[in-house]
Design a protein around this ligand. Structure first.
Ligand code: MN
Length: 245
């Protein structure tokens, strides 16, 4: 079935960032039944990975050379790339929602990673917390959804907001389908956690077990221990153990 598909990486030069270019590209790609992604690239370019039937790919390229009305395209470079098997046409670099990591002194001390998905905070309990070291795989036990209102909850000696920010959904599969299938890639923009992460389900059970793994990118910090280095709350700047006045 993939025999009649082609894939291209296109770099679009000109006045193309911040003028609705990515949204317009996604709209046209979806109309043409194409898959892949579009993102802002280096040096004020827009970069698109486009895969689908050759005629439709050519049609999208013709559209990109003209650009949406508010853009001014000076050049489009293309190179052939392998078909990656995308299942959506995504805009990368656009927040999908908020995330929070709470440190929780329960019966067993742990951290809770929560990602906003479809109006709730999907949650995983991490006995050792997150890591920015790609060689470290951290157990993440899926737990019940929390409300978005709980994201700022702190209680002296029991819960602190260890990190928070926004995140982008990544990968080839759209969310929440990626979570259902057990392999979800995302990019965090927090105060302590940055860059690409993957959640990989290893055991589907009553309390499904996952691994949280930092992806190898510019934000990876091999050998680091962010939990030890930055123990403070991003809201109150107190640590979990500190007695507050
Ligand atoms: Mn908890």
């Amino acid at each position: 079935m993939t025999d009649d598909l082609t894939a291209l990486r296109a770099t679009i030069h000109g006045k193309v960032q911040g003028v609705g270019f990515r949204y317009a590209t996604r709209r046209r790609a979806q109309e043409l039944g194409l898959l892949g992604w579009v993102a802002n690239g280096p040096d004020s370019t827009v970069v698109a990975h486009i895969e689908g039937p050759p005629a439709a790919v050519e049609e999208l390229l013709a559209y990109l050379r003209r650009g949406p009305p508010s853009a001014h395209v000076t050049d489009v470079e293309t190179e052939q790339t392998p078909v990656e098997g995308h299942e959506q046409f995504a805009i990368r670099g656009i927040p999908a929602g908020v995330f929070v990591v709470q440190e929780h002194a329960a019966t067993t001390h742990h951290f809770d990673l929560r990602l906003e998905v479809a109006g709730v905070m999907r949650s995983w309990a991490l006995p050792k917390g997150p890591s920015l070291d790609p060689a470290v795989k951290r157990l993440a036990v899926e737990v019940g959804d929390h409300s978005i209102a709980h994201n700022t909850f702190e209680e002296q000696g029991r819960v602190i907001v260890w990190d928070r920010g926004t995140y982008e959904q990544g990968g080839r599969v759209p969310w929440p389908e990626a979570l259902t299938r057990g392999h979800a890639v995302f990019v965090l923009h927090g105060q302590k956690l940055h860059g690409g992460f993957a959640l990989q389900r290893t055991r589907a059970a009553d309390k499904p077990q996952w691994l949280l793994i930092k992806r190898r990118d510019a934000d990876a910090r091999p050998g680091s221990d962010i939990v030890a280095q930055r123990p403070e709350s991003v809201l109150s700047e107190h640590t979990l153990d500190e007695v507050l006045d």
